[in-house]
Structure formats: structure tokens, C-alpha cells
Design a binder for this molecule. Sequence first.
Ligand code: GDP
Ligand code: FE
Ligand code: FE
Ligand code: FE
Length: 185
Amino acid sequence: MERNEYLEKIKSRMPEKRFIHTIGVMETAIQLAEKYGADAKKAEIAAILHDVAKYADEEWMKTIVKEHGLDLRLLDWGPEILHGPVGAWIAENEFQIHDEEILNAIRFHTTGRANMSKLEKIIYIADMIEPNRKFDGVEKLRKKAQEDLDEAMRASIRHTLAFLVESKQPIFPDSIECYNDYYKE
Ligand code: GDP
Ligand code: FE
Ligand code: FE
Ligand code: FE
């Protein structure tokens, strides 16, 4: 499928604002892929589909988890944690994406994980720094992303975990394992 076919298909599944975010992630991810020698076409597809499940019904997502053998820990979490793994399931089963690298980039785009691939890092960071994102420190992360992908990932996961702790939210184990991967001795 062509870029515009994917975009057309996801547009009806999300509000305009999320669609604009998705375009921002796509453009940022392609730029990072070209800069760091990853597959730009894979980055494009993963970025377009990364939030495809963002507005899916929570109970439906939990049914998918149970019936299709996804990580059962997901059943104790809400849509913010479910939409990555379920998005990967939609990409595979509805969009016929069978490339594990693309699917993992979608699957782990919210939490990260230990031992991330280059494409996973690119999607995680692009999601965080795309031009429509506004939060304290985003300019620093944008600058780091142009200097060193791992330093950008290290700063990004630290920022996410600090935000979660500060706002008293529970932390999914993959997020912690991602953090430890970057901060262990
Ligand atoms: P978005 O879908 O483009 O808004 O961005 P993400 O998929 O990266 O993140 C969605 C939400 O999940 C954000 O508010 C993150 O702060 C939050 N999030 C990321 N990791 C965790 C986690 O481990 N636990 C919880 N509770 N939320 C998380
Ligand atoms: Fe997301
Ligand atoms: Fe993110
Ligand atoms: Fe996103």
C-alpha cells in the first residue's frame, strides 16, 4: 500500500488532532531514519499506524488480548498501555503488515522496552518530539535527537518516567526495563 492509502484508512479512526500528530510523527520518523541509517519506508509505515488503536474501545482491546494471545499483563492496564500492543495486532491483521520490526515499533511505542531496535527508538522518539508536541523540555529532546539517538532515548524515557512518578501514575514493567537499560551501570 502507498502512504496516502494508509493515511486515508487511519484518518476515520481518530480525531483531526490525532491525525495531525500522526503526520508529525511520520515526518519526524522518516527524517530520523534517514539520519541514523534505518529503513525510512518501515519508519513511515510504523509511524502512520502507531496510534491506530488509540481510540479503540477498551473492552474490545481486552478481548483481543485474551483471544489472540497478547501479553496477559495488559488486562490490568488501561487504553494508554493497551493501544500500542493492540495497534500492532491491528497492523498485522487488518493492514497485513507482517514485518516484525514494524510491528514491534508500534507495539512498544508507548513504554519502550529493554534492548530496543533502532526502528523502535526512532518511533518512540518521533512520537515524543514531533512538531505539534508541546511540553517543558521538548526543545532539548529535539536537539538531542539530532545529535545521538541513544542519548535522546535515554533522556526521553527519563522524562516519561519522571512525569509518571510526578503525576502518581503506575508504571508498566516494560517502561521500567527500558529505563534500567539506559541507567544501569
Ligand atoms: P500518544 O499515544 O501519542 O499520546 O503517546 P504514547 O503512546 O507515547 O503515550 C500515551 C500515554 O501513556 C502518555 O500519557 C504516557 O505518559 C503514558 N505512558 C507511557 N508509559 C506509561 C506507563 O508505563 N504507565 C502509564 N500509566 N502510562 C504510561
Ligand atoms: Fe500512542
Ligand atoms: Fe510516546
Ligand atoms: Fe502517538
